[in-house]
Design a protein around this ligand. Structure first.
Ligand SMILES: Nc1ncnc2c1ncn2[C@@H]1O[C@H](COP(=O)(O)OP(=O)(O)OP(=O)(O)O)[C@@H](O)[C@H]1O
Ligand SMILES: [Mg+2]
Length: 228
């Protein structure tokens, strides 16, 4: 098992009250799988992904990565863990507008102090794999939505993370482009034996994952449409 969430509680302030979002949530993520998380809007999917990705902290409960308790990581060690181990993809690409596609891809590598020709080479190879060699010097404003999202995928993969967390990575795309972008993500992560946790509202794509969990009432449950 790669990642485990144990008895997670998370609430947010709402005026003088607090709203409970996650209420004793448990889940396990296995090495190499594509785990899809579905659920109604506002149920806490992004909240959960942020907790799994150490971008936010739970009120109580544990997130364990390879049996290490992540809540005990802080400061530089946490930043290093995130940079080396995790890849993030969001609904909107969040590319930096002033930088080219290639430069955007290189940023996580530079943050991780990887430099030089070797890392540029791997960025170029990845961009080639997603069919963007001809677009590598384009700025985000000069890319289509699907192209920008492919750049965002490559950026998430540049440090060869063990785990990729994707929050509606195709939510901003039309049906055909969404299928293409998901297929690329699936191919790249499977080839590298990486693990993907993906939130989606797209039922068709959800079924193409290895396993589906539905978030409801603050907990994660297997779904009936779980094919495996
Ligand atoms: N920082 C915050 N402060 C207060 N409430 C928040 C905060 N972040 C999220 N919430 C609330 O928590 C609930 C869960 O939000 P979350 O973004 O996790 O939902 P979601 O399942 O990802 O929804 P969607 O499918 O629309 O993206 C929502 O009701 C939201 O309003
Ligand atoms: Mg969300």
């Amino acid at each position: 098992m790669l990642l485990q969430a144990i008895d997670i509680y998370k609430s947010y302030p709402s005026g003088k009250m607090r709203i409970d979002i996650l209420k004793g949530l448990n889940l396990e993520v296995h090495q190499g799988e594509i785990l899809v998380i579905v659920g109604a809007s506002g149920v806490g999917k992004s909240t959960l992904l942020n907790l799994l990705g150490t971008l936010d902290k739970a009120d109580s409960g544990e997130i364990r990565f390879e049996s290490r308790n992540l809540s005990q990581l802080n400061g530089k060690r946490l930043t290093k863990f995130r940079n080396e181990t995790l890849g993030f993809i969001f609904q909107f690409h969040h590319l930096l507008p002033e930088f080219s596609a290639l430069e955007n891809v290189l940023l996580p590598a530079l943050i991780g102090r990887r430099k030089g020709r070797e890392v540029i080479k791997s960025a170029e190879l990845l961009l080639e794999e997603v069919g963007l060699t001809q677009r590598k010097h384009h700025k985000p404003g000069q890319l289509s939505c699907g192209e920008a999202q492919r750049v965002a995928i490559v950026r998430a993969l540049i440090n060869n993370p063990v785990l990729i967390l994707a929050d509606e990575p195709t939510g901003n795309l039309d049906g055909q482009t969404a299928r293409e972008v998901f297929s690329l993500l699936q191919k790249l992560t499977k080839e590298r034996n990486q693990t993907l946790v993906m939130v989606t509202h797209n039922e068709e794509l959800a079924k193409r994952g290895d396993r589906i969990l539905r978030l409801a009432d603050g907990k994660a449950r297997k779904t009936a449409s779980n094919s495996k």
